[in-house]
Design a protein around this ligand. Structure first.
Ligand code: 3PG
Ligand code: MG
Length: 417
């Protein structure tokens, strides 16, 4: 680890300004916002405990959702303070602002071992703009800066980047938290020279989201297995009909280039050999985004590479599952990112669930499995297999950008060793 970590610090009696990613899923129940998955909070506890044992005064800052500079009540971090207090087993004071008098007053009262959580930093537009004056205001109370928010490390925002620079300019230390360190280790170092065969499973809706990752992994992996709707853009590239499947017609050249690169480098690049297809019928119901809910009718397996005109591919089929599971079973290192189909619907979840089982089983036999966050983590947890893999990332966009080989601004801003 080229950066300072919390293990290198002694924060006894110091005010530690710590960025965490507590952007957890919330649902409204009886007029209250309830946290439906506290993984991101849980994962920061080791860092918090270490700093508290050292006698630090902790000032936690985070964002929730994308309120775009407005005080959206549904995006308050208050429920997170309650949950954190429960999990940490000590009082967590909540301050309903992240800069200004209220914060300074609360901080002035802190004793070693005390914790405050500040309100959503994105209630200010200056956060996402990485406004230097706003970063100064945030950093006013900071003696030491810690970043444990891997999930937000791809953002160059005031609380993830600007404050670190300000603390550093004053001669203060800026360190990675233990979660940040673990994420960088598993998604970075561990994949530098992986035990082979190294099998990568990539799914999800869009080729455009994954193309940079595919390109980079084509230089490292022995085998790449493709699933999810993005497989149909590859089918289109091979000249097949894709019916009503989700495709990115303008990304066909990118798909072709990936296929050519795989061939040139001798990477086994597998696409589905069968699908579960269904016919979409629009209903009168609207989804959360105001779009008509689709009723998927007549789901069935099809081994025809040409999708019928009125149908869409929604999951990998049984022959593909068998082939992919066999590849996974032979692996010594596995990286998985993205579902194999529309797994939120039970009828199209078998591909994703089968991959989850294969990854878990192969891990139990000694392989190392690294899950790149987002929907794959959701699917593993849903199948109660989350504890059967080596590592699950708390990052979505951040893990993808890191796997692409990009420098994460939130990491770059930390103090070099
Ligand atoms: C996430 O959930 O992806 C992170 O918390 C970052 O959120 P953002 O995509 O709104 O920046
Ligand atoms: Mg995101």
């Amino acid at each position: 680890m080229p950066k300072l970590t919390v293990k290198d610090l002694n924060v006894n009696g110091k005010r530690v300004f710590m960025r965490v990613d507590y952007n957890v899923p919330l649902e409204e129940k009886d007029g209250q916002m309830v946290i439906t998955d506290a993984t991101r909070i849980n994962e920061t506890l080791p860092t918090l405990r270490l700093l508290l044992e050292q006698g630090g005064k902790l000032i936690l800052t985070a964002h929730m959702g994308r309120p775009k500079g407005k005080r959206e009540a549904t995006m308050s971090l208050r429920p997170v303070a309650t949950k954190l207090s429960e999990l940490l087993g000590r009082k967590v004071e909540f301050v309903d602002d992240c800069i200004g008098d209220k914060v300074e007053q609360a901080v002035s009262k802190l004793q070693p071992g005390d914790v405050v959580l500040l309100e959503n930093v994105r209630y200010y537009n200056e956060e996402e703009a990485n406004d230097p004056a706003f970063a100064e205001k945030l950093g006013k109370v900071a003696e030491v800066y810690v970043n444990d928010a891997f999930g937000s490390a791809h953002r160059a925002h005031a609380s993830t980047e600007g404050v670190a620079r300000i603390v550093a300019k004053r001669g203060g230390q800026c360190a990675a938290g233990l979660l940040m360190e673990r994420e960088l280790k598993f998604l970075g170092e561990e994949l530098e020279s992986p035990a082979r065969p190294f099998v990568v499973i990539l799914g999800g809706a869009k080729v455009s989201d994954k193309i940079l990752v595919i390109d980079r992994l084509l230089e490292k992996a022995n085998t790449i297995l493709i699933g999810g709707a993005m497989a149909y853009t590859f089918r289109l590239a091979q000249g097949y009909k894709t019916g009503k499947s989700l495709v990115e017609a303008d990304k066909v050249d990118i798909a072709k280039a990936a296929l050519a690169k795989a061939k040139k480098r001798g990477v086994k690049f597998l696409l589905p050999v069968d699908d579960v297809v269904a016919t979409p019928v629009k209903t009168d119901k609207l989804d959360k985004k105001g779009k008509p809910v689709i009723d998927w009718q007549n789901p069935h397996t099809s081994a025809d590479m040409n999708c019928p005109d009125d149908a869409a591919g929604l999951d990998i089929g049984p022959a593909t599952i068998k082939a992919y599971a066999a590849e996974v079973a032979s692996a010594r290192t596995i990286l998985w990112n993205g579902p194999m189909g529309l797994f939120e619907d039970k009828r199209f979840a078998e591909g994703t669930n089968a991959v989850a089982r294969a990854v878990a089983e192969t891990t139990q036999k000694g392989a190392k499995s690294i899950i790149g966050g987002g929907d794959s983590v959701k699917a593993l947890n849903k199948a109660k297999l989350g504890d059967k893999v080596t590592f699950m990332s708390t990052g979505g966009g951040a893990s993808l950008e890191f796997l692409e080989g990009k420098v994460l601004p939130g990491v770059a801003a930390l103090t070099d060793r």
